[in-house]
Design a protein around this ligand. Structure first.
Ligand code: DGY
Length: 325
């Protein structure tokens, strides 16, 4: 069996695959180009790819032998799941293993924006520190404030635990309301709509998947409903936020700030965000801890092994479509 791994990754997943299959490992970014992937996909039984790999309908159709696409990410908006489903190709992702790392990063962004860490450090490095003074880089305290969580899945809940630990109140909106015992467990109050959530929160943190329904969920209209000092955090997917509208809102000082790890057209960043005040921007690193990336690698590889060897492990794939023929 032949496996294509689109690019090198930390962890033991590739070695695990090499011990069983004929494995090709591409170069960094090589298969981010659809034409390049299309040229070769026909000879592989399994694809281990990244969130930057466009696994389109054309790619899946060119994958005559393809039985599984294992995405080295929890988000799988880069994969045409509907076509995979029609073709009986299994799609797997890497849930659970990156929950804590991603929630840590979302909280790191929140603390950085709330306490103006980036601006303050830039100022010190520029030689501007002239001693303590009463007005120096006044920020916002988190304790007692409301964290509005949009998407209360694994990562949203992990963010809620952190926010509760910092003395924040938790408001949430999700596709489905949590069971009462989970609302109690996470000290979480249900908001009937995203409009209500953005209006009543001091912090809005996005933890939903990117779907046609969530694309530009944070748009001009909703940004206008946010509180004057509110902070927006996005570690989910860039296109959930209308970046141009956010940049304008920040430039007009209509909200307190934003912390973003993801962007609409990665790796491009909207130029007006780069110059926006109190905006912390990271290069999509929320899951980037050594421990998490190693677990993602093992999980992505074991999804392939268990599928190709016909030993389904129910702990692994989240989206299972068996090839019909
Ligand atoms: C994911 O897994 O979806 C993250 O965005 C990658 O770190």
């Amino acid at each position: 069996m032949r496996v294509l791994v689109t690019e090198p990754q930390p962890g033991k997943g590739i070695d695990l695959l090499k011990s069983r299959y004929d494995v090709t490992v591409g170069e960094r970014g090589e298969y981010d180009r659809e034409e390049r992937l299309k040229e070769v996909i026909g000879s592989y039984h399994a694809l281990l790819c990244c969130l930057s790999t466009p696994v389109t309908s054309d790619i899946l159709k060119a994958g005559n032998k393809l039985r599984i696409v294992s995405n080295y990410a929890v988000g799988y908006n880069n994969v045409d799941v509907e076509t995979a489903k029609e073709m009986g190709i299994l799609v797997a992702n890497t849930p659970d293993v990156l929950t804590e790392a991603t929630a840590d990063c979302a909280f790191a962004l929140l603390l950085s924006v709330a306490r103006r860490i980036r601006e303050a450090e830039d100022s010190l490095r520029a030689g501007e520190f002239d001693g303590w003074h009463p007005f120096g880089f006044l920020g916002t305290e988190l304790s007692g404030k409301t964290a509005g969580i949009y998407g209360m899945g694994r990562i949203g809940r992990a963010f809620a635990r952190r926010a509760h630990g910092f003395g924040m109140k938790i408001l949430y909106n999700n596709l489905k309301r949590l069971e009462p015992e989970d609302e109690t467990k996470y000290y979480a109050r249900w908001a009937d709509s995203l409009d209500e959530l953005v209006h009543e929160s001091d912090v809005v943190s996005l933890h939903c998947p990117l779907t046609p329904e969530t694309r530009h969920a944070i748009n001009k209209k909703r940004l206008a409903k946010m509180r004057q000092n509110a902070i927006l955090i996005n570690t989910a997917r860039g296109p959930i936020v209308d970046e141009a509208a956010l940049a304008q809102t920040l430039h007009e000082n209509r909200i307190g700030g934003a912390g973003l790890d993801v962007f609409e057209l990665e790796p491009k960043v909207h130029p007006d965000l780069l110059t926006a005040p109190n905006c912390v921007l990271l290069p999509h690193i929320a899951s980037a801890t050594r421990e998490t990336r190693a677990r993602m690698s093992a999980l992505a590889a074991s999804s392939i092994i268990s599928h190709l060897e016909g030993k389904p492990d129910h702990a692994i794939p989240t989206l299972v479509y068996q090839r019909k023929t």
